[in-house]
Design a binder for this molecule. Structure first.
Ligand code: ZN
Length: 117
């Protein structure tokens, strides 16, 4: 009896696999954040030099007329947060805000999409 059920279940599974849509062909690519340049390298592209090697480092904010160093940039994960104007996000967010682009446009420009056609 259990063998019968097991056989029946394996037949159902085979049928499901045969009728399952192939998601692979519909995918346009996978966003891979590991392709992002490291924090120092990334921000230096925008003329922002991060001095310290660990944790949050204060730099002049790129999004308002900053006279002090109001923006914190995290060396480990690359996030930013301005304590004066409130600008914040991750490296992709920084690119989006700097260039006024959408998330997908930023990912394309930063070459983060794997398997894109
Ligand atoms: Zn700011």
């Amino acid at each position: 009896m259990t063998d019968f059920i097991r056989l029946h279940l394996s037949q159902i599974r085979q049928q499901q696999q045969a009728t399952r849509p192939t998601y692979q062909s519909q995918q346009r690519g996978i966003i891979s954040k590991s392709r992002l340049p490291n924090t120092y390298e990334f921000y230096s592209r925008f003329d922002i030099t991060i001095k310290g090697s660990k944790g949050w480092q204060l730099v002049k904010c790129a999004f308002h007329n900053d006279t002090h160093a109001s923006m914190g940039v995290n060396r480990e994960h690359g996030g930013y947060k301005c304590h004066a104007c409130g600008a914040s996000g991750d490296r992709i967010g920084f690119y989006m805000q700097w260039h006024s682009t959408t998330f997908i446009e930023a990912c394309k420009a930063l070459n983060l999409i794997e398997g894109a056609q």
